[in-house]
Design a protein around this ligand. Structure first.
Ligand SMILES: Cc1ncc(C[n+]2csc(CCOP(=O)(O)OP(=O)(O)O)c2C)c(N)n1
Ligand SMILES: [Mg+2]
Length: 567
């Protein structure tokens, strides 16, 4: 018996497939190239929330942040040409950060294709090297197939971005075609022989260490890793901007492996005899510019576990390569028999003490007696908010204060507490923080942004106000693109060029958007401003912004500009 399948428009088919795969939110900047999809979204507006952004980088970053937070693809709709080019920063970030994302782009009709028609781009060529998969849907009856594959591809193995182009004539077509089934992400499981090999290596080790990173983690997987680490008294580190994969308050946590790594931790990893890297890609930042492990044969015995076989042995050769998803490997590690009387047990406390010392206020900073001291601000800020508050940021030296001095809550407790781009994309923090607050209105969300970083996507404050996303924004205003100024000072001392900034009045700017705004120039003013900002976001359902005027000389937690020029 054949069931009668009614014809649906392509746009209806697209939105129906998204709903079948569990979509609840999408981000967009509208365009005439995909009007029928907007109309289908209108019809389903009670099931699928549409967030309207002010720039496609904001829409893309918000979708990427959604993907990071949920493990399900973030959805973003943009118009052809200029919309697609604006959104490309989020595709690149989703690629480097291994985040599931699906970007839908309107495309010129097939009657004009390849003529460089108005706003036409060949998306396969444009996104070819920064997306996991790029396709153009040319037949309405194949929409269920393409969208099911997009979900499957974005979420399986090493997660990543998918780009789907939608030609104009496709969107005006119809088809009588059956729906797909909800997708099920696939991940590999570790083999029993691999687990016993890992166990045997651990039993023989003297100075082992665990390095967590990458995507695909769940709260349960983090609980399992925590149990494995605790049962074996293992020191645990997290890779760059994945500091919330392990509760930083636990004695097993010994620091993060990112830009500006604690030199004592670097030495510890270099001299470890066994490194169990779980989920981390072992990319340039995580390996301190490929110096943490010798390339291609590291001194340490490296057990590398990754969800994609393409990352195993890509740069450094492991003694044991395990292709496995995070949930599966974590559950398996938890079930291993703990190593009795582990010889490294005594050194765990020493490694932890090095981490805690690295977090204390640097002596030179104490002596400087700055009127506004970011070390103190970080300490005071996190003393006033719930432990699982989320901290989002983009790129710039301002971010290192949070990375180094804040103790992130672990995902094991249920929520992500860090949202930041391993791609180093400026402008990420503002939209990402807004997406996090929309996703979980009960979580306290703080965005720390530099004066440069903030203005790359600051227009999304309008989105925050519209969506009643009561985020706390903290701007670290040093009047410059400080990171680049720092590099300039190291390489071309005294020749400052192109790195100073003329800023707007950020407090007036916040107020103009309808947010609370306050400026802080001294440590003792922060308490009052923070109290007001927190009570504002607690009650008003609108964002708050605190602008910190900082000393431009204090360029990092490690040095002043003057100290750098003497290097
Ligand atoms: C989209 C993008 N453009 C440029 C850069 C290069 N870049 C890295 S940090 C930085 C300056 C950041 O300035 P700001 O946000 O004020 O932070 P600061 O370093 O002053 O603390 C620049 C320009 C980048 N990482 N991303
Ligand atoms: Mg700056």
């Amino acid at each position: 018996m054949t069931t009668h399948i009614p014809a649906r428009t392509a746009a209806r088919l697209i939105v129906d497939q998204l709903l079948i795969h569990g979509a609840d939110t999408a981000y967009c900047v509208p365009g005439e190239s995909y009007l029928p999809v907007l109309d289908a979204l209108y019809e389903s507006r009670d099931k699928l929330r549409l967030i309207v952004n002010r720039h496609e980088s904001g829409a893309g970053f918000m979708a990427e942040a959604y993907g990071k937070l949920t493990g399900r693809p973030g959805l973003c709709f943009v118009t052809r040409g200029p919309g697609a080019t604006n959104a490309s920063i989020a595709v690149h970030t989703a690629m480097q950060d291994s985040t599931p994302l699906i970007l839908f782009i309107g495309q010129v009709g097939s009657d004009c294709l390849d003529r460089e028609a108005f706003q036409e781009i060949d998306y396969r060529a444009m996104f070819g090297s920064i997306a996991k998969w790029v396709a153009q849907i040319e037949r309405a009856d194949r929409i269920p197939e393409y969208i099911a594959r997009a979900y499957q591809t974005a979420t399986s193995g090493r997660m990543g971005p998918v780009v789907l182009a939608l030609p104009e004539d496709l969107l005006s077509a119809s088809a009588a075609v059956a729906d797909a089934r909800p997708y099920h992400a696939s991940d590999a499981a570790p083999g029993a022989d691999q687990l016993s090999a890992l166990h045997a290596r651990l039993a023989r080790a003297q100075r082992p260490l665990v390095l967590l990173g990458g995507s695909g983690w769940t709260s349960k997987a983090c609980q399992d890793i925590q149990a494995f680490a605790q049962a074996n008294h293992l020191p645990v580190t997290c890779s760059f901007r994945r500091q919330d994969l392990f509760d930083n308050h636990l004695p097993n946590y010994v620091g993060d492996v990112g830009i500006g790594i604690n030199p004592k931790l670097f030495a510890r990893i270099r001299s470890a005899d066994l490194v169990i890297a779980i989920g981390a890609r072992l990319g340039e930042v995580t390996t301190s510019g490929y110096t943490l492990f010798d390339v291609p044969v590291p001194e340490q015995a490296l057990v590398h576990i990754h969800s994609s076989e393409a990352e195993l042995g890509r740069v450094v050769q492991p003694v044991l390569a395990i292709n496995a998803g995070m949930a599966r490997i974590a559950a398996a590690l938890r079930n291993l028999d703990p190593i009795p009387d582990a010889p490294w047990r005594q050194s765990l406390a020493a490694a932890r003490a090095e981490y805690e010392a690295w977090q204390s206020e640097p002596q030179w900073l104490v002596e400087r007696k700055a009127s506004l001291n970011l070390w103190r601000i970080v300490e005071e800020l996190f003393a006033q908010v719930p432990r699982d508050a989320l901290l989002a940021n983009g790129a710039g030296n301002f971010a290192t204060w949070g990375h180094r001095f804040h103790r992130y809550a672990g995902l094991a407790a249920g929520r992500r507490s860090q949202l930041a781009p391993t791609s180093g994309a400026m402008g990420y923090g503002v939209p990402a923080g807004i997406a996090a607050k929309i996703h979980d209105p009960d979580q306290t969300v703080i965005v720390i942004a530099g004066d440069g970083d903030f203005l790359m996507t600051g227009q999304e404050l309008a989105t925050a106000v519209r969506e009643k996303a009561a985020v706390l924004f903290i701007i670290v205003n040093n009047g410059m693109y400080g990171t680049i100024r720092m590099h300039q000072e190291k390489h071309f001392p005294g020749r400052m060029h192109g790195t100073d900034l003329v800023n707007p009045d950020f407090v007036q700017l916040a107020r103009a958007y309808g947010a609370f705004g306050e400026r802080v120039t001294r440590n003792d003013e922060f308490t009052g401003a923070l109290g007001q900002a927190l009570s504002h976001i607690g009650q008003r359902q609108s964002p708050a912004l605190i602008e910190l005027i900082t000393d431009p000389e204090v360029i990092t937690p490690g040095a002043t500009l003057a100290m750098l020029s003497k290097l």
